[in-house]
Design a protein around this ligand. Sequence first.
Ligand SMILES: N[C@@H](CCC(=O)N[C@@H](CS)C(=O)NCC(=O)O)C(=O)O
Length: 237
Amino acid sequence: MNNIDLAYLPVVGRGLQIKIICEMHNIGINYMLSNPMGEDFDKDSQAPFGTIPWMKDNNNGIELNDSMAIVLYLVSKYPGPLTPQNSEEAAIVNMYWSWAQDYYSFVLSPFHDIITGHNEPFWRNLRLTDTLADGGKETGISNLTKLHNIRTGFLEKHLSSNQTGSFLTGSNCSYADIFLYTCVRTVQKTAGFGILRDSCGGDPFKDCPTIVSIINEVGKIDAVTKASGDIFEKAPI
Ligand SMILES: N[C@@H](CCC(=O)N[C@@H](CS)C(=O)NCC(=O)O)C(=O)O
């Protein structure tokens, strides 16, 4: 069986989508927990960019240190149901993937700072932002809730007038659907994102029926439930 080393954290984050994709494409994973939430891998010295996810393909030794690069590599090197059929399909899937990546980076990730109480500058090497600055927690949550509504509002409007099947790009599930699924379920279910649910009156996706119907379709795929296990119930974020 194909086999990769994958270093990430014991949270949903940017790791679960890679696990699901591996499950769907029959790729075995040696899962390593990185600092600051594990000791199998030291992202600061072992990952070239100091971030995770990081992966190494044990078949050929290639190492990759970016989630999208990892996913694009895996679906092209080890073809399966998520491999795009042509350049046009790949381009559209990548566009939706990047929607989810932006939503994760600019909405979910700043929420992580509030949930975990981290507000020191440079606690992450990727950005110099303090979500709690200029108004503290309440203002931070209110601003990010606004951003959540704007971002999801654009996607919902676009999908409700363009969607042609059960998934983002038609009748087949893509790796972008998988990332959208992990983001939406994180917000709907994890304990930490209770603050966003409360801030939205209970359901942050109440005005997003198209997004929710896509997510529910993704949730029916066996490999998705198998790879997810009880992570949404157990992981904090
Ligand atoms: N563009 C990168 C971003 C990776 C990223 O931000 N990873 C976070 C965890 S989800 C991280 O390693 N943060 C630690 C840091 O920035 O120092 C990717 O998608 O892989």
